[in-house]
Design a protein around this ligand. Structure first.
Ligand code: ASP
Ligand code: MG
Length: 462
């Protein structure tokens, strides 16, 4: 059972979570994120403190330290009101962690140096606070619980700080070795989502939003019967309800569809979390902490083609197209391979690729990565195959997802006809997209209009 940040946003929510955990009759492991907003706060103080003059560092760290300590301590008092010993024990744990945070922030401030390793250490505090509080709340309500870090639960990763990858050959035994004896003896472990450690025991993080991934890794290697993601919405919807209020809940969806939806903009689950569950064929159930009566969305392997051909449409903003041009590209062997390797080495993720001709290569990246991408491409390829790098910024990705599209004739034509009827120009289409999605780029200003037209045609009327 994984609970996100808003599900444990304050004492009231945490007590709701205690109820839900108590109601689940099966043996279980609980995974939690940091309390709502805490990871963002840690991230911004760390970045700010690294750039402040050393004269104000102490004062700023002091202020942050007392705020974060007060916030978590008052939550402890509220969730463990009647057990002074347990309350004290939990408060001591919180105070110790807050002290570690303070020392680390002072170091970052004085040295004006925030490495990705230091940042991971700082970001890890959010979950290390929250597991103590949730586990304490469970104990004070009669549940035999204990708290663990992801590493203590067996998640060992490489040393890529900020986006660490699990070492499957190690964790496949480590996770059951650490957790099974606890579960079998009737305990309910509460594990930090998002954070792990490398082989040297140095704290790593799995990438923002990574708690879902923690849950599915644990589920996979424990042979769980189900992975439950408890969040603040009913489940996966047919589109973004902020743009289209009559978006509908999808009650059942396949792993591949859910993965594409998460990848292309549905924010309910982390796209990386599907694979471990899929490999082990473990159903993933998305449930609303604030509306537990709702059935939610069940993600399973069976692809249901029967109902509608199109299951959902998404929009992804904050992206940009880079067009690499130059006849020299046709003459340079494996230029695409070299370009993508170079970008990969700089941690720049390619979201979509469209290679239209030998002298032209287009791909989509996040807007945050534009400057870095252009810089590394220029340093390697200027006058060396690539003549010009063109940047197209005001765009967004529209993705249409549904297994029914695979093998259904004329569906792409219908999609593009609908877009044309909405008077929207398609800038780029993904080549070789997965069998269950069609993705294309439109001007950012036309994004919502396109989404509405497709939702109306294929879901509301489909
Ligand atoms: N607390 C982390 C974050 O905000 C991980 C998570 O929420 O899943 O990114
Ligand atoms: Mg979060």
């Amino acid at each position: 059972m994984k609970f996100g940040g808003t599900s444990i946003g304050s004492a009231r929510e945490i007590l709701r979570v205690v109820d839900l955990v108590k109601k689940e009759p099966q043996k279980k492991v609980v995974v939690v994120s940091a309390m709502s907003g805490v990871t963002d706060k840690l991230n911004s103080i760390a970045n700010r403190i690294a750039n402040l003059p050393s004269t104000v560092v102490e004062k700023e760290v002091e202020k942050f330290h007392s705020e974060i300590l007060a916030f978590h301590s008052s939550t402890v008092r509220d969730v463990i009101p009647n057990n002074p010993r347990l309350q004290d024990e939990t408060l001591n744990g919180i105070t110790e962690l807050a002290d570690k945070l303070k020392i680390t922030l002072l170091g970052v401030g004085y040295l004006e140096d925030l490495s990705s390793k230091s940042l991971d250490y700082i970001l890890s505090l959010g979950e290390r606070f929250s597991v103590r509080i949730v586990s304490g709340a469970l104990r004070s309500n009669g549940v035999n619980s204990l708290h663990l870090t992801g590493y203590e639960a067996g998640i060992i990763t490489d040393s890529c700080f900020g986006c660490a990858r699990p070492l499957h050959s190690k964790i496949k035994d480590a996770i059951p070795d650490k957790l099974k004896p606890l579960i079998d003896s009737g305990k309910t472990p509460v594990v930090t989502g998002y954070i792990a450690a490398d082989e040297k025991g140095r704290i790593t993080t799995l990438g923002r939003g990574g708690s879902d991934f923690t849950a599915s890794l644990l589920g996979r290697y424990l042979g769980a019967s189900e992975v439950q993601i408890w969040t603040d919405v009913d489940g996966i919807l047919t589109t973004d309800p902020k743009i289209i209020p009559n978006a509908k809940l999808i009650s059942r969806i396949s792993y591949v569809e859910a993965m594409d939806l998460a990848y292309f903009g549905a924010k309910v689950i982390h796209s990386k979390m599907i694979e471990p569950a899929m490999v082990a064929d473990i159903p993933v159930r998305i449930k609303n902490t604030f509306n537990p009566g709702c059935g939610g969305t069940l993600i399973v392997s069976k692809q249901e083609k029967s109902d509608s051909i199109v299951k959902a449409v998404t929009i992804a903003k904050n992206v940009a197209i880079l067009n690499l041009k130059g006849v020299g590209m046709a003459e340079t062997p494996n230029i695409a391979g070299k370009v993508f390797t170079l970008l990969g080495d700089h941690n720049i993720n390619i979201i979509m690729i469209s290679g239209s001709s030998e002298s032209n290569l287009s791909f989509v990246i996040k807007r945050d990565n534009i400057n870095r991408a252009i810089e590394v491409l220029n340093s390697r390829f200027t006058g060396n195959g690539i003549r010009d790098i063109e940047l197209v910024e005001d765009v967004c990705i529209i993705t249409v997802v549904g297994v029914g599209m695979h093998g259904t004739k004329g569906i792409a034509a219908k999609i593009f006809e609908t877009v044309a009827e909405a008077d929207v120009n398609i800038i780029m289409i993904a080549q070789g997209s997965s069998e269950v999605n069609i993705s294309f780029m439109v001007p950012e200003n036309d994004g919502e209009k396109t989404l509405k037209a497709l939702h109306r045609k294929f879901i509301e009327c489909g």
